[in-house]
Design a protein around this ligand. Structure first.
Ligand code: DOR
Ligand code: ZN
Length: 349
């Protein structure tokens, strides 16, 4: 049994950091483990221009611990009105790496999202020309059953879009179904997916274990065990098409433990350790480095990191909560429970 695992420092290719005091509370967790992260633009108001993205990046840098070398990779929020010119402008900055598609109404702060993908075609064409990837929240927004929204989105929107713009690089984010796995695997070059720890480790029963579990609610929602198994198999296969994206999505406790609770799971406190558990479950720790540290930069055309992190098999107990907003903490994934792997803290250990 491996008790110590040294891998190239990982990156997080899908992360929510929020802003102001929430940002300051959560960004150190990610910066401790990951060298880079692709930061989602679903602020209020959304990040829709290069100027806004670079200003947001500076606020993230300002919130980092002094010694940190964390490199935030920024995204723009696609709207019906975004022009191709905005893409050309953004592509000039090496700090802006992608554009995020939220179908309007699909999830948290998505009301400014795209109402009809045809509205975005000229902009998407410019992205294809410039090699700027499209990151996709892949769920339809009609009243399709909540467990079937990903499959429907692939059939109705993503597959036709992928055929129409064969040069457009596409990441289907936080995949949850066997259908998404099949689509990504059978697809053309330039098509990949991110996978969260929660979709590897939990199925939809986790929403109801012993009662309603709001801290397990995220979008896309957890799925049937057969889908979890398909996603786990793909993520741990060593394929270059699947890479790490925690989708760590902080919401204060009062917003989660609420009659209309927000979607989002905070996992940044233990991102890489949760993935190590999932890979170990299927005897695939040998593929963790590919998934966490290689496939992502290769897809984005960025260099792989050159330093390493060390994971130790040493159970630790996750706190019940961490400070977040004034008098309103955040409840992390596995709060009060044990995680089997621990990342060595290079500064203190
Ligand atoms: O669960 C989610 N939370 N899914 C998303 O797509 C957005 C995210 C958030 O921003 O809270
Ligand atoms: Zn997300």
């Amino acid at each position: 049994m491996t008790d110590r695992l040294v891998i190239t420092r990982p990156d997080d290719w899908h992360l929510h950091l929020r802003d102001t005091e929430a940002l300051a509370a959560v960004v150190p967790f990610t910066a401790r483990q990951f060298r880079r992260a692709v930061v989602m633009p679903n602020l209020r108001p959304p990040v829709t221009t290069a100027v806004q993205a670079l200003a947001y990046r500076q606020r993230i840098l300002d919130a980092l611990p002094a010694e940190s070398d964390f490199d935030p990779l920024m995204t723009l929020y696609l709207t019906d009105k975004m022009t191709p010119q905005v893409i050309s402008e953004a592509a000039k900055s090496r700090h802006i790496v992608a554009v995020k598609l939220y179908p309007a109404g699909a999830t948290t702060n998505s009301d400014s999202g795209v109402t009809d993908i045809d509205n975005a075609l000229p902009t998407l064409e410019r992205m294809a020309e410039l090699g700027m990837p499209l990151l996709v929240h892949g769920e339809v927004t009609d009243n399709t059953d909540v467990f079937e929204r990903e499959q429907c989105f692939i059939d109705q929107i993503l597959e036709p879009l992928s055929r129409r713009l064969p040069e457009l690089k596409i990441v289907l984010e936080h995949i949850t179904t066997a259908d998404a796995v099949a689509f990504v695997n059978s697809g053309r070059p330039g098509l990949a997916a991110t996978v969260t720890p929660q979709h590897l480790l939990m199925n939809r029963n986790a929403l109801f274990t012993g009662g309603m579990r709001p801290h397990h609610y995220c979008l896309p929602v957890l799925k049937h065990e057969s889908h979890r198994e398909a996603v786990l198999k793909a993520a741990t296969s060593g394929s270059e098409r699947f890479f790490l994206g925690t989708d760590s999505a902080p919401h204060a406790r009062s917003a989660k433990e609420n009659p209309c609770g927000c979607a989002g799971i905070f996992s940044a406190h233990a991102g890489i350790e949760l993935y190590a558990e999932a890979f170990e479950q299927v005897g695939k720790l040998k593929h963790l480095q590919k998934f966490a540290s290689e496939a992502g930069p290769d897809f984005y055309g960025l260099p792989r990191n050159t330093d390493t992190i060390t994971l130790i098999r040493e159970p630790w107990q996750v706190p019940g909560n961490y400070p977040y907003l004034v008098n309103d903490p955040i409840v992390p994934l596995r709060a009060g429970e044990t995680i089997n792997w621990r990342m060595e803290n290079t500064l203190n250990d």
